[in-house]
Design a protein around this ligand. Structure first.
Ligand code: ATP
Ligand code: MG
Length: 741
């Protein structure tokens, strides 16, 4: 039997062996689209005699292309596989440009500017031009103009006066890139399209082009696909309109129709069996996506047994939610008698800003994790900026922190002023802050007189910091960090600043700020905990220095942040080992895990409060749920910190989980991991069943079930059950008995 077709169902085989030149495989998640596409590549090589270098295969992420190469190694051998043109659109374009770029005037040996590089270049230019636009805003706007094929000159013709600054920066940016022989990400796609348009010969060898995750290609990628296949017009795409989640980044779901129109000989194969998830998980996901009545009805057959119902859990607040995940993961690992390990778990998030509490809970509990698809929370620019303000308030000698905020938000303090100040401070051997204050108050002076505008900028910064210091003195309790953050964000009009600077991304950034506020409040609440002594015990004969309570709270908060950042750095090195994955839903597409957690399923988080297309939000939840193979957990905190209004706001369960759905497809508590459940997990994952004995041995090491462990008196559980009944309108307590055995 043919190794390539082995283990494929009949619809999949049909797709793999189809002689049709233009083929669309449209199918729901977990139906083996990627597997089928991989097999078709192998089939084209071995049965059609195509050479590997004549076949182009595009994946959506680097991780996906790595996985596909692994699978192909087994099917066609390492040597053949290594010569395939397989990668993301960007990496494939780069290969073409390296080879043929000279045809369109590219210099040999060009480099690629990643986003850190482009930011550094822009920063220099903006400084030189003394422009007021923020670096990242310039980066985003230039990128969008490029994607629409607009050069600086095109823009200049129609730009309004206030946009002329951007045009100048854009022009300089292009000059700088070409002067250092660099291409940015957008250039890779654009220049390659240009190359193929002007010199179609470059791809005259290409026999077939295959594209995974087609529903998320954008206009330029679609165009590239056609250009790459121009010679022989053999294209296979696989995709699922229900999983289109990159509309916000100009992916075009219409590309499917566009393709059918362009190639009248397009044939379509549908796959209908799901091999990934238990029937219980599949049914619940299916009901979510079916709420979209505009989509064509599709069949989806589970191949696995029913398995364990997904869990929906309400927790009092976000910290409890994170803590609950920690315990549930630990419990699953222990109770399944070795069937599950840490790397089988994933936590999938609507927004990267949700990761911070989870990361710190995992960190404290010693659960190894890796964060995918988002920057570490405290590294995020807006968070860093606010922390720097707090540092300066708490500890004004912190020169780096001061330099970090001296012109953020922009207050017309330029390079020259900063140079004068730092030189002066060094000479006078005083902290920058002191020197700066002295200059403003006329006690000292810089070598060259400062410009009026810069002096005004320094004044306003000083006033803000001094007022914050005053506020800190007045605030004699643990609420100081939060109070100060509110004071500072207000004084800076920080939200307006974010809107101005990051028009594309302002809400995500503001969410980070709110999250930081929440953490500051939590720090305050934690002070009362018995485990966190505020003071060391009194020792007779040794006097303690009494710190101002507010000051102490602030400096402890900052120290904790610094430590958390350190810990996070160490974690990055552990990637390869047994780690739980924390990822955005966007970065999780195409992937699967035995156990998936989706926290924060409340309105405002998903659908996101700023989302423009509710259907895309529903698809996001659908994508997230369909990543799970054996166990699926959804959860939400009952309360969520609210900005500036003191009290926390209560949350409501996401509109995508209707009462009926919750009642019929979910259960409230952690799964009862009896042998039946463990066996079903093992079967779904095709892993050996553990011996009963081993299972019960590991059970003995556990302190009863999660919900007994969660609070000793079971208070929490009773609460959860009452809530469950309000969720479902169900008075008879028919939820599964959480007691085991
Ligand atoms: P997504 O839409 O999420 O990208 P997909 O349709 O690409 O999903 P795959 O990732 O290819 O699905 O397959 C999902 C899982 O099902 C994989 O673990 C794969 O190995 C398995 N699978 C696919 N087809 C079969 C089959 N015929 N027999 C057994 N397992 C299969
Ligand atoms: Mg796939």
């Amino acid at each position: 039997m043919d190794l390539i077709l082995d283990g494929l169902n009949s619809a999949q085989r049909l797709a793999v062996t189809s002689p049709d030149p233009i083929l669309q495989v449209l199918a729901p998640p977990g139906s083996g689209k990627t597997k089928t596409l991989t097999a078709r590549v192998a089939y084209l090589l071995s049965h059609h005699g195509y050479l590997p270098q004549d076949v182009i295969c595009c994946t959506f992420t680097i991780k996906a292309s790595r996985e596909m190469r692994e699978r192909l190694s087994k099917l066609v051998g390492e040597r053949v596989q290594s010569r395939l043109i397989l990668g993301t659109f960007h990496s494939i374009c780069r290969r073409y440009l390296v080879k043929y770029g000279y045809l369109i005037g590219l210099k040999k040996g060009f480099g690629i500017a990643d986003s850190d590089d482009t930011r550094a270049i822009l920063r220099r230019i903006i400084k030189r031009l003394n422009a007021s636009i923020e670096v990242k805003a310039a980066q985003g706007r230039i990128s969008r103009h490029k994607a629409h094929g607009l050069a600086p000159d095109d823009l200049a013709e129609r730009a309004k006066a206030e946009e002329m600054e951007l045009v100048d920066v854009y022009r300089q940016y292009e000059l700088a890139l070409s002067a250092s022989n660099l291409l940015d990400y957008d250039d890779l796609l654009l220049r390659c399209a240009q190359l193929l348009r002007e010199h179609p010969k470059c791809v005259s060898n290409v026999q077939a082009v295959l594209v995974d995750e087609f529903q998320d290609t954008n206009v330029i990628q679609y165009e590239l696909m056609n250009l790459l296949a121009a010679q022989n017009r053999r294209i296979t795409i696989v995709g699922d309109p229900d999983q289109s989640i990159y509309g916000f980044r100009s992916a075009e779901i219409q590309n499917l129709k566009r393709m059918q129109k362009r190639y009248s000989n397009t044939s379509v194969v549908l796959l209908e069996s799901n091999y990934r998830s238990s029937a219980a998980i599949l049914n619940s996901a299916q009901e979510v996506i079916e709420q979209d009545t505009t989509r064509p009805d599709k069949k989806l057959q589970a191949t696995h047994s029913y398995g364990t119902m997904p869990v929906l859990r309400k927790l009092p607040h976000a910290n409890a939610e994170a803590q609950w995940m920690v315990m549930e993961i630990k419990r699953c690992v222990a109770m399944t008698g070795g069937v599950l390990r840490m790397s089988d778990f994933a936590v999938l998030l609507r927004s990267a800003s949700l990761s911070t509490r989870i990361e710190s809970a995992f960190g404290r509990a010693g659960i190894p994790y890796k964060m995918v698809g988002g920057r570490k929370f405290f590294d995020r620019t807006e968070v860093k900026t606010l922390l720097n303000y707090l540092r300066v308030v708490s500890h004004s000698e912190h020169n780096d922190a001061l330099l970090g905020i001296i012109n953020v938000p922009p207050r017309r303090i330029g390079e020259e002023t900063i140079k004068q100040l730092t030189a002066g401070a060094e000479k006078a051997k005083v902290p920058l802050w002191t020197f700066m204050k002295d200059v403003i108050q006329g006690r000292r002076s810089t070598e060259k007189k400062l410009q009026k505008a810069a002096e005004q900028g320094l004044c306003s910064l000083m006033r803000l910091i001094e007022a914050a210091k005053q506020k800190l003195q007045e605030c004699e309790d643990a609420s100081a960090p939060r109070v100060l953050l509110e004071h500072i964000t207000e004084g800076l009009s920080f939200q307006e600043y974010l809107i101005r600077t990051y028009p594309l991304d302002e809400d995500g950034r503001w969410a980070n700020v709110t999250e930081l506020m929440g953490q500051a409040s939590d720090a305050a609440a934690a002070t009362g905990d018995p485990g966190q002594e505020e003071d060391l015990p009194e020792i007779e004969g040794v006097e303690q220095q009494r710190a101002h309570a507010g000051e102490e709270a602030l400096s402890r908060f900052l120290a904790n942040v610094a430590l958390a950042t350190e810990a996070a750095k160490q974690d990055e090195g552990e990637e390869a080992g047994e780690t739980v994955t924390i990822s955005t839903i966007h970065a999780a597409k195409g992937l699967e895990w035995p156990v998936v957690f989706i926290p924060a399923v409340y309105n405002g988080s998903i659908p996101h409060s700023r989302a423009e297309v509710v259907d895309e939000e529903r698809r996001l939840l659908y994508v997230a749920m369909t990543r799970a193979q054996a166990l699926l957990y959804l959860s939400l905190p009952l309360r969520q910190p609210r900005m500036g209004e003191g009290e926390d706001a209560s949350t409501t369960l996401t509109q995508f989980l209707t009462q009926k759905l919750v009642k019929t497809r979910f259960r409230p508590l952690g799964p009862q991991l009896l042998e039946k459940v463990v066996y079903s997990i093992a079967d779904i994952l095709r892993r050996p069943r553990p011996a009963l004995e081993d299972m019960y041995k590991s059970l003995e090491t556990l302190p009863s079930t999660l919900d007994d462990q969660w609070t000793a008196d079971g208070e929490e559980r009773r609460e959860a059950n009452t809530e469950w009944n309000t969720f479902t309108g169900n008075d008879s307590s028919d939820e599964p008995n959480p007691k085991r055995r």
